[in-house]
Design a protein around this ligand. Structure first.
Ligand code: AMP
Ligand code: MN
Ligand code: MN
Length: 340
């Protein structure tokens, strides 16, 4: 596993150089970093003379619709044709192969028959590719791709710059999380220098919430609970249907929860159907919620992590909140209010 661009750039180049058709894939429920990485690297590889196919396990959310080349992305279904001409696979922003969900379940033989490169920044990444560039100190996979393109002396176009800045902006929650390093800020500045469309990104991230999402936030906030340093709520399928909200609208509830003062950890429980509960955890820098998510087979980052439980909403709340309390060093069931 390579953790520095000095080693990763030549290693990745030697894998990619003689390949004709590259399949780039990112994680299920792709976020801004996933899509920015996919299209930013995809456009660069195309400019370097490769054929590229861009694939996501399910549809990208509406707020990424203006990222350059997003219309080139194919959203996987069982009928999706995986071209036999593909001779290399690149997984971006993907902590482990199970995060490409149905693509892995259906097509792991196809994927494993080809060399796989992994470019990622999740602390939980174990390096499952044939070549892995993983640096958990980086803000985003987009930042790593910027490093890579620069090491290759690739001339970054305004479209690629916009895609990469989108991912850095969203994965740092707009330069607020602890991974907002000097390097992340320098990379953002460099991307602006080469023509990234900051105005477009700000518009798409901040002036773009649907009314149906606002209604869902309202429902979820009515159900809000807090206990000492923990705040949480839930989104049920019924709430989502009543508001006519998109499947990914709950991400806005997660963002709102994390903006509340006086808490160390916020948790959103989202009912998914089929007895599946999706859990989103956010924390202040002093608490590592990726360790909590890992206890339930999930993962992520210190301040933003997620996991999925197959159980009832009530049971998911009980189990995950107990693990959060344990991570905070609180007695089970009797948390005291923390000084934040
Ligand atoms: P979310 O709460 O869905 O926005 O996820 C927060 C962060 O945790 C993102 O960086 C995800 O990539 C990561 N994450 C979410 N769910 C999982 C999972 N099941 N396994 C590994 N990482 C996850
Ligand atoms: Mn991501
Ligand atoms: Mn990321």
């Amino acid at each position: 596993m390579y953790t520095t661009v000095e080693h990763a750039a030549p290693a990745l180049a030697s894998y990619l150089d003689d390949k004709h058709h590259i399949l780039l894939i990112t994680h299920v429920n792709p976020d801004g970093d996933a899509i920015g990485s996919l299209t930013g690297l995809g456009l660069a590889l195309e400019a370097l003379g490769h054929a590229v196919t861009l694939l996501t396990p399910n549809s990208p959310p509406p707020f990424v619709a203006n990222i350059p080349a997003v219309n080139r992305i194919q959203s996987y279904s069982h009928a999706t044709y995986l071209p036999p001409t593909v001779d290399m696979v690149v997984l971006v922003d993907t902590g482990d192969v199970k995060r490409i969900a149905r693509i892995w379940e259906d097509a792991h033989e196809y994927l494993l028959a080809r060399p796989i490169a992994v470019i990622d920044h999740h602390v939980t990444n174990s390096g499952e590719g044939n070549v892995n560039y993983v640096d958990a100190s980086r803000s985003s996979t987009c930042e790593l791709i910027y490093e890579l393109l620069r090491a290759w002396d690739f001339p970054i176009t305004p479209d690629i710059a916009t895609a990469l800045l989108f991912g850095i902006t969203t994965d740092t929650q707009s330069f607020r999380t602890s991974n907002t390093t000097p390097s992340a800020l320098r990379t953002a500045a460099d991307l602006l220098d080469v023509g990234a469309d900051r105005e477009r990104i700000v518009h798409d991230v901040y002036n773009n919430v649907a009314v149906s999402t606002a209604r869902l936030i309202g429902h979820a906030l009515l159900a809000l609970r807090d206990d000492g340093p923990i705040v949480w709520t839930y989104v049920t399928l019924a709430m989502q249907a009543a508001c006519g909200a998109h499947d990914d609208a709950a991400a806005e509830v997660t963002d709102y929860l994390s903006s509340l003062g006086g808490f160390l950890v916020s948790v959103l429980f989202k009912e998914r159907g089929g007895g599946i509960i999706r859990v989103s955890l956010r924390s202040l820098p002093s608490v590592d919620v990726s360790a909590v998510a890992q206890q339930f087979g999930g993962g992520g980052h210190r301040q933003a992590a997620g996991c999925t439980l197959v159980t009832s909403l009530a049971e998911a709340e009980e189990r995950v909140l107990a693990a959060v309390r344990a991570a905070l060093g609180l007695q089970p069931g009797v948390p005291s209010r923390a000084v934040v």
